[in-house]
Design a protein around this ligand. Structure first.
Ligand code: MG
Length: 394
């Protein structure tokens, strides 16, 4: 079955009480909408993902989703209400690439489990309309002016969720026929059109973000359930002995620590070979290019720059993706100066720059037994491995 996911992201977030609609807020390093799109892009049964946006939002929305690594296949302008937006989306599908079935989903549900999408799709093989729902388990009570009133029987009551699945021609016809009769969800439009709506089990993880506090709750759910992946990156750098960028020859900078020596290290910046290798390792772990791409030696503003800014930049890029550096391991290769007296200070400084605890930073040193350029005391080499935990890209 050819199935398109239609994600409704046209709301202004009036109940959310913020200038920015809730679907564009950031949750664990990506927009709420990107999380929602990612859930459907990862579902093998879904062929296309189409987003309904507020008129005028298509270009910024596309840009945002591309940045977040979750682009959609098409963007459609919505209408004044949710119902009008869904209708506009369905008409766009009808005009472009009409699917056999459509899953209509709220952008403000960023954590729809794959098994829930599968349940809706499976049920569609024997039903014209499918609605995931959870039984109401809390006691329901009326109230007026903060005073409790009568109990409301909860037997037979269900909370409807999305994605709701429909045979495409049937839901399109139902929306066309009821364009002026308000409904808060598509299952209701289907039911009024005489379609049988099959309920399937919803998911407690699939809650909708409605109030600002829900973002935090959602972030916790994502933390608890989201797949994370471990990435590693390799960094390597060499600088040769000679005058430092400021002309001095009485010290070298290694891992952000000034170490007295009878020579300097030649480089455009402060030639901190340790921080350069660490920076490239961190960048490498998320395929973020290398230090030369972000801080070109040809750019005079980096002349004599202290290298802490390079590692800090890479660490901040990791946080911006909702990730964390879990470990840095560095080996400095040189015959001189002696590293071990300074290793603790270096660990402390690297931990500070990368905002890590010191037990996540390892700094080691070795000689090369007099062999090669390091053995001939022509310079210092450094190798680093960074280990990162990142949200899995769905
Ligand atoms: Mg370098």
């Amino acid at each position: 079955m050819f199935i398109t996911a239609l994600i409704v992201a046209a709301g202004s977030g009036a109940r959310f009480g913020s200038e920015t609609p809730k679907q564009y807020h950031t949750l664990a390093g990506r927009s709420v909408l990107a999380h929602a799109v990612g859930c459907f892009r990862a579902a093998p049964s879904i062929a296309r993902v189409v987003i309904v946006v507020r008129p005028g939002d298509a270009a910024p929305c596309r840009e945002l989703l591309e940045r977040d690594g979750a682009p959609a296949d098409a963007y459609v302008d919505g209408g004044e209400t949710r119902q009008a937006s869904v209708h506009a989306g369905l008409e766009a599908l009808a005009a472009d690439a009409p699917p056999e079935a459509v899953l209509i989903h709220d952008a403000a549900r960023p954590n729809t489990p794959p098994e829930l999408i599968a349940r809706v799709v499976d049920a569609l093989s024997a039903a014209e309309a499918v609605c995931p729902a959870l039984p109401v388990v809390d006691t329901l009570r009326s109230a007026e002016g903060g005073v409790a009133g009568d109990l409301v029987p909860r037997d037979g009551l269900w909370r409807a969720q999305t994605p709701q699945g429909f045979r495409f021609p049937a839901i399109l016809a139902a929306h066309r026929a009821q364009a002026t009769i308000p409904a808060t969800d598509d299952a209701e439009i289907a039911r009024r059109a005489g379609l049988g709506v099959r309920l399937v089990e919803g998911s407690r993880w699939n809650e909708k973000i409605t109030a600002p506090g829900d973002l935090e709750a959602s972030a916790r759910i994502l933390e608890a359930t989201a797949m994370r992946e471990i990435r590693t990156g390799l960094g390597y750098d060499v600088h040769k002995f000679g005058p430092n960028a400021d002309g001095s020859t009485d010290h070298v900078m290694l891992c952000g620590v000034r170490i007295p020596h009878d020579d300097g290290l030649v480089g455009h910046s402060d030639a901190d070979v340790g921080l350069h290798a660490l920076t490239d390792a961190v960048l490498g772990a998320f395929a973020g290019g290398d230090i030369g791409r972000h801080f070109p030696p040809s750019d005079p503003q980096w002349r004599g720059a202290t290298s802490d800014r390079f590692l800090r930049f890479a660490a901040e890029r990791v946080s911006a993706r909702g990730g964390a550096i879990t470990h840095l391991d560095l080996v400095l290769i040189c015959e001189r100066p002696k590293i071990s007296p300074h290793a603790d200070a270096m660990r402390a400084r690297v931990a500070e720059i990368a905002s890590l605890s010191e037990d996540r930073v390892s700094i080691k040193a070795t000689t090369s037994e007099g062999l090669g350029f390091t053995g001939r005391r022509e310079g210092i080499a450094a190798q680093a491995i960074a280990t990162l935990s990142l949200p899995a890209q769905r």
